[in-house]
Design a binder for this molecule. Structure first.
Ligand code: NA7
Length: 548
């Protein structure tokens, strides 16, 4: 008797679907709409949260905003109606506005009737005889489906530091990625923040406005660029609505999935220092993600070109931060943009406040927590609240936490010990009919994420139709095609400076995680590549006929 059959005997029959989707965030929501409403499949989505939104449901910390190229282009493109009818208010929307948008989409597409909220999927197993996945949940619901789509998010499993005494700290303690839904007051409190990635950089200035004292515990100084968030003007919104077709076309053509014209290929070293300075200054003043979309083409590949931008930003930090010692501690020393670029709103400025202290953990490491303080190698800081802005076990962490069990009873943890083996960033040998969205080996966070999810799911939809039309039962890639794909991913990344920096992109933020650059860095070319595979009859995949 297989373990699936055994479980079935123990806890009764499973609900049956064509597709189960894990995660009701941006990707899972589109998966449901596309597969249910467009392809006519029976679909059930599971999510541990009480409503839609994924990342945006969880990340409600003060200052949390879209920090990519912002609204109105952080949204779905498959429906012109959705684009025309939602009123985005700011260029870098706050989490609550993105959540309103996702609620609007869920209402409009009547998604909630097929989503099981407050239901955490804690087991997933493939049965070779029936060619089906069976999932178990913490609410006792069991479901079985031919296909399983893992849309649990690239940034959803919190990375929490294991520091002696941290669990004894008796004050309030929050991780930015699991921020409480009730208001959190910093008034009159001494707050320590660990972490200066996007979440720390966004939240620290907001916390400092209200708290009595803020102690920032910084392990790696970061480059941050002005967000220059502002209200969208009525003219901008009207123009975007009028030119939607051409905007969408641009998004599909653009390497990163945003409606901007491609840059002429130009090295930073082709310009004089004065010309470079003028460009960098203009982009700094403009703010937003335009910095990264309008740069020289070799910033991420040439050390010398990279240094021109890094020096410019270091100069800005020195200009903004009044105390030279604090400015020294804030000087980043990695290649600029090889850690996720951060957009800030008054981050460096907040170190000019009397109530903000910067602790450089490279000089003064954290030794332990007590119930009322954090103790470093230099001194004890009494605190009332601890904010962990310490990021995520990104890209692979959420799927590994589920740890699906595939063919021959092999678990994903076993399969992914040394590397996140996959083909096309969506499929895994030994795990038939399982698809990942924004997983390792895909462009993921290097592409406009809602659009990227749409494009991956459109591809998956066509693949499911192919399987249905050909009366096939299961598909999975060969290990040879995984190896070739891995070499392609590595080849693209290794031509850049990205793998040289420790970051969550390389997995180096989580102890013991395989350290390599997992994203397919060629942006939109990825979608041409996967379309090519489909056109060649799904080259690199093995198919099995449907069961008798
Ligand atoms: P990030 O970008 O991973 O930042 C986490 C921060 O926490 C970063 O400064 C880390 O330092 C720091 N960190 C992590 N663990 C520790 C320990 N143990 N001790 C001290 N400091 C630590 O996560 P975010 O949530 O800010 O942003 C994630 C993404 O969300 C972001 O890139 C956007 O795409 C949206 P490190 O740099 O690793 O030395």
């Amino acid at each position: 008797m297989t373990s699936t059959q055994q479980k079935q005997q123990e806890s009764g029959p499973a609900e049956e679907y064509d597709v189960v989707v894990i995660g009701a965030g941006v990707s899972g929501m589109y998966a449901l709409h596309h597969l249910r409403d467009k392809l006519g499949l029976s679909v059930c989505v599971f999510d541990g949260a009480s409503d839609v939104g994924g990342t945006w449901w969880y990340n409600r910390y003060p200052g949390a905003r879209v920090d990519g190229p912002g609204s109105p282009f952080y949204g779905y493109t498959f429906s012109e109606e959705l684009f025309q009818e939602f009123d985005w208010k700011e260029t870098q929307s706050e989490w609550s506005e993105v959540l309103s948008y996702l609620n609007f989409v869920a209402d409009r597409l009547d998604l909630r009737r097929d989503i099981r909220f407050n239901t955490w999927v804690n087991d997933a197993r493939y049965d070779e005889a029936s060619q089906r996945w069976t999932i178990e949940t913490d609410s006792g619901v069991r479901a079985s489906a031919t296909f399983m789509i893992c849309a649990g998010g690239a940034l959803s499993t919190a990375n929490k530091p294991d520091i002696p005494g941290i669990h004894d700290f008796a004050g309030e303690c929050y991780h930015t990625g699991h921020w409480p839904h009730e208001p959190v007051s910093f008034k009159g409190k001494r707050v320590a923040v660990i972490g200066t990635g996007s979440s720390g950089v966004q939240s620290i200035p907001e916390i400092a406005k209200e708290a009595e004292q803020v102690v920032v515990l910084q392990r790696t100084p970061q480059f941050a660029f002005p967000a220059n968030n502002r209200p969208l003007t009525q003219d901008e919104v009207a123009e975007a609505r009028k030119t939607w077709d051409s905007l969408k076309e641009k998004m599909l053509e653009n390497l990163s999935g945003f409606p901007v014209d491609p840059n002429p290929e130009r090295s930073a070293l082709d310009d004089s220092p004065e010309q470079r300075e003028a460009l960098y200054e203009a982009l700094w003043q403009k703010g937003g993600f335009s910095f990264f979309l309008n740069l020289y083409s070799d910033i991420a590949v040439s050390e010398d070109a990279n240094d021109t931008l890094a020096s410019f930003v270091r100069g800005k930090i020195r200009e903004i931060v009044k105390d030279p010692e604090t400015a020294d501690k804030l000087m980043p020393d990695h290649f600029v943009i090889t850690k996720r670029p951060i957009l800030d709103d008054g981050y460096f400025e907040c170190y000019n406040r009397d109530n903000v202290t910067l602790v450089d953990l490279r000089e003064e490491s954290i030794e332990r927590f007590t119930p009322t303080s954090v103790v470093t190698a230099e001194q004890e800081y009494p605190i009332d609240m601890l904010v962990l802005a310490t990021g995520f076990d990104a890209i692979s962490g959420t799927l590994l936490k589920l740890n699906p069990v595939g063919r021959d009873g092999v678990s994903l943890k076993d399969r992914w010990q040394d590397r996140f083996h996959n083909y096309l960033g969506m499929t895994i040998a030994g795990f038939p009919n399982l698809f990942m969205i924004h997983g390792p080996g895909s462009p993921g966070v290097f592409y406009n994420m809602p659009l990227g999810a749409e494009r991956q799911l459109d591809w998956i939809g066509e693949c499911l139709e192919h399987i249905r039309e050909q009366n096939l039962g299961a598909m999975e890639p060969s290990t040879e095609s995984e190896d070739a794909w891995g070499a392609e991913v590595d080849g693209i990344a290794n031509a850049t400076l990205f793998p040289q920096t420790n970051s969550w992109w390389t997995g180096s933020n989580v102890p013991g995680k395989p350290r390599y650059f997992t994203a397919y860095l060629a942006g939109s070319l990825y979608y041409m590549r996967i379309d090519g595979v489909a056109e060649e009859g799904y080259a690199g995949f093995k198919f099995e006929p449907a069961p008798g």
